[in-house]
Design a protein around this ligand. Sequence first.
Ligand SMILES: [Zn+2]
Length: 356
Amino acid sequence: MGDPGSYYSRQLKLPGWGPEGQAQLARSKVLVVGVGGLGCPALEALARAGVGTLVFCDSDKVEASNLARQTLFSAYDTGKLKVEAAAAALARSNPHVTLEPRAVRVDESNVRALVEAADLVVDGSDSFTTKFLIHDACRSAGKPLVAASAHQWDAQVRAFDFAGGPGCWRCLYSEVPEDGCVGTCADEGVAGALTAMVGSFQALTALRMLLKLETETLAEWVIDAADWTPRVLRWKPDPACDCSRGPGDWSWLRRKSVNKDLWWKDIGKEERQVVIDVREPFEIQPGEWEFFEKSGSQVEHFPFTRWAFTQPEWDTGRTYLIVCAHGIRSANALKTVPQGVRALSLAGGVAGLELR
Ligand SMILES: [Zn+2]
């Protein structure tokens, strides 16, 4: 594997980086949303720079149409989960970092846990809905965000330091534009050389923010490949915007939070802090609760026959996974979980798990 010191020798000489900066990066955890045209080059640069832990989310599989720009994949990867193919490529690039591939789509049910667990977020997602969700979650969590969009020959990169005072994307756009209003890359195309540059620039900005080096925020770098003059759009915080209240308010997420059924492989540890088993005592087999406990969840037992009378003391700061034999009672129990509680139902139930 070689010595990490020699691996990083060139960047250690950079002003503002050095061994302390390298140690700071090694302690950092970055969440990358979307392993596509932007996420691939961003992940590659962050891994090679030595960011200690990289969490990356994408539920898609590699398709032939991805290969012209998604630089972590080769033609041999088509049909594989993007996060698995990316993890294999990144592990070859730098064996000294920890990789946490997650085959999930980031949505209302998991965004808070994912963002809160990270030191910085890089958004390479491809829809306005997801971009605003991630932006709003970073703002509530007070976590720095580097976001970007690319479309045909144009791209924009934005950076926000939500721990550093007011100002956000919603100061400019109070409403989420409709998905598809500017056309998607699938419909209208995008240049791979452009996404490679933009994803790398996101990584560069993320590294500077982690290293606490001067970085422009509340600004959008606007690139038009037809014109060699990049433009920068700067704006001031809007005192009427929600961001003026600072981080900590998650009420917007509780209002839109959707609880749903998911398969075990799609459920992250942070989404199942507590497993609620709603089966009757006679259905529970030895080893089943140990499976959940060994996977990092606490187990509580509330049989479905008494569910109408006895439920857990729900805590909106925790995440719950309700389980039964086949996922039918748990789905019904989920419907009665109070608004604001983050809970999932295990699709397929305990019968669908490979317990050993
Ligand atoms: Zn704002």
